[in-house]
Design a protein around this ligand. Sequence first.
Ligand SMILES: Cc1cc2nc3c(=O)[nH]c(=O)nc-3n(C[C@H](O)[C@H](O)[C@H](O)COP(=O)(O)OP(=O)(O)OC[C@H]3O[C@@H](n4cnc5c(N)ncnc54)[C@H](O)[C@@H]3O)c2cc1C
Length: 240
Amino acid sequence: MSFFSIIKNWFTEAPHFEGTITATELIGSRIQKVTISLPSPVATQFPVGCYVQAMTSGVVPRAYSVATADTTSFTLLVSFGGRGAGARFFADTPVGTVVKCYGPFDDFPYRAGTGRSKIFFATSTGVAPFRRMVEEALNEGLEATLILGTPKESDIAFRSDFEEIARTNPYFHFIPVLSASDPLWQGARGYVTDQVSGKTELLRKSDIYICGVPMMTLSVLNILKKEGVPEAQIFVQKFG
Ligand SMILES: Cc1cc2nc3c(=O)[nH]c(=O)nc-3n(C[C@H](O)[C@H](O)[C@H](O)COP(=O)(O)OP(=O)(O)OC[C@H]3O[C@@H](n4cnc5c(N)ncnc54)[C@H](O)[C@@H]3O)c2cc1C
């Protein structure tokens, strides 16, 4: 079977639907938050951690993690730092546009029932799957730490949601880390990997989820290996 027939069959056979953009919002200078409504309500919302393949400009497939979902719609965070094909499509496309989507694909699920605390490492739009995973962990009564790397304060997606959860739930620790922060920024600076020194015990007793740019993923994996975190406790979304 040729490469092209494999791709053609994959797209023919995969579940798909026509979604409609119902809201689109610029977050900072690099992220478009896009809400897409489903053609009809579903009995069960899209799984936590899943992604969809959106056919941008009608023909260019791009994968995006589902950040929030209910039975009638879901939300994506689209990075357009590099202004690639998918980025340009979502930055320029107005409310009301129909987008064909394949999925949802559920290859980065939240692992319930391990009893271990959770540490989520993300950069920029890589925070998308963690918007709901944080709540899953807290619903299980587990400690959850979100370490989110991004250049500037204005680029922190779901900031008010995470701050509100942290304010009301002592088990949640939200650590935004800025690499190009304003001098007035009171929080952490640098990279997400700067936040793990001295946390060997916490790392070893936690499930670790990683989602974001390959450079961050590799750096975190390197640290986890050195710290002796068992591989069975590490889950990576292959974003880039
Ligand atoms: C499972 C999975 C989940 C994902 N989830 C998300 C998500 O939630 N959010 C998200 O944003 N991404 C996500 N991604 C990545 C996403 O699918 C895209 O690969 C990524 O957003 C870049 O797509 P793009 O079309 O904007 O850029 P591409 O067209 O793929 O280009 C990539 C880069 O190449 C460079 N480039 C492209 N065209 C040009 C040009 N003409 N001139 C110069 N440079 C150029 C740019 O730097 C650009 O950023 C996910 C990927 C996977 C596999």
